[in-house]
Design a protein around this ligand. Structure first.
Ligand code: TXA
Ligand code: MG
Length: 344
């Protein structure tokens, strides 16, 4: 583990990144912080390096990786036919939690990165330590979230340690990440851009710059095949059964009481505003409904904490599906395997 203080504003004074950057050049895998979640980085040009990502995470080979860059000029090496709308989006949101899908330039990246698709996903993270590491390595860096496949994404170095110790070359630790949900994935190869995964940049923010955008059909209809391969896998699930409850507090309480009367230990994933009004064995709150950014920020840490508690079942409150709430509810629905109990 290399500890770096991200608040130092001069990236020349991150001597701790020299060794991890060297390891990336040597085709080893290194975890590093971004503004969304921790990533597991490798040289995107090397089959050998990229293979180690899939091995460490236990990730299916048909799920392509996002390539991380530190400057706009790096993009031209990786992608072609960059549309005007993408230029405008990059100007507005890079560096930041927006991943763009382009037609890929052939023969540059390892085929394993793109799972042999004709397209490539690229983003420039808004994190001084990530940018410094990418720059120092001189490489495009392929990086999925640095968790074991299926588990909640890591928002702190300790989450990476819990999942990947012994499987990777090291972790660059710069503290908690911030945004807390992954980047928005936007397909720019279509006439009208398509959101494949809601994330850190909201649909409303994108529309202000790009005009009309479409939500991929699979985001509304779980039977539709997603265009983003990763969206078809179960994800983020705590170990105990997790069920969302769409109703008022007394409805939620009646469900809790019913399970408790069966002798079960009940956990509740609640909004901070309601934490003290609910009676259950364990109540954890990621943040406030009135501040959905706080819910996003605390989401994965809270889901992971339930795995350390002796709960038999977890009920989760639902949050408004606007702004960053769209990403929050997308992740919660996946964590719950789309199980929702609606008040009649
Ligand atoms: O915030 C983030 O995006 C984090 C940090 C580390 O940058 N990364 C991340 O990567 O969330 P990952 O691998 O967990 O998710 C990448 C998503 C997957 O759903 C994958 O299927 C999709 O992006 N993706 C990658 N390349 C694609 C492509 N060419 N076409 C469609 N979807 C693609
Ligand atoms: Mg992931």
């Amino acid at each position: 583990v290399w500890s770096v203080d991200k608040h130092v504003d001069d990236i020349q004074s991150y001597p701790q990144i020299i060794q991890p950057a060297q390891l990336l050049q040597d085709n080893e895998v290194v975890a590093f912080p971004t503004e969304t979640v921790y990533g597991l980085g490798a040289n995107a040009k090397s089959d050998k390096a990229v293979k180690k990502i899939f091995q460490a995470k236990g990730r299916p080979g048909d799920n392509p990786l996002i390539v991380h860059i530190a400057s706009r000029s790096q993009l031209d090496e990786l992608a072609e036919e960059i549309p005007q709308v993408a230029e405008e989006l990059m100007a507005a949101f890079w560096p930041g939690p927006l991943t763009l899908i382009f037609h890929k330039r052939k023969g540059v990246l390892s085929e394993l990165v793109t799972a042999a698709l004709d397209t490539v996903a690229v983003r420039m993270p808004d994190h001084p330590v990530a940018l410094a590491l990418i720059k120092e390595s001189g490489l495009p860096i392929a990086a999925p979230s640095a968790n074991t496949s299926g588990r909640p994404s890591p928002t702190a170095a300790r989450h990476v340690q819990d999942d990947l110790t012994g499987k990777i070359a090291g972790i660059v630790d710069a503290g908690a990440t911030g945004v807390g949900v992954e980047s928005t994935v936007l397909d720019c190869t279509e006439e009208i851009p398509v959101i494949l995964r809601p994330g850190g940049v909201t649909r409303e923010e994108i529309e202000k710059v790009a005009g009309e955008v479409i939500m991929d059909a699979s985001l509304k209809d779980k039977a539709a095949a997603p265009k983003s391969p990763g969206m078809k896998y179960t994800h983020y699930a705590p170990k105990a059964p997790f069920i969302l409850v769409d109703g008022n507090l007394s409805f939620l309480q009646s469900l809790i009481d019913e399970k408790k009367s069966e002798g079960l230990k009940v956990g509740v994933f609640a909004a901070k505003e309601h934490e003290t009004e609910i009676r259950a064995d364990y109540i954890l709150a990621p943040g406030k409904t009135s501040d959905l950014n706080s819910v996003a920020s605390g989401l994965y840490d809270t889901l992971r904490k339930f795995d350390e508690l002796p709960v038999d079942i977890i009920f989760g409150q639902v949050f408004p599906v606007s702004g960053i709430g769209e990403a929050v509810m997308n992740r919660l629905l996946k964590a719950a395997g789309h199980q929702v109990i609606k008040q009649g």
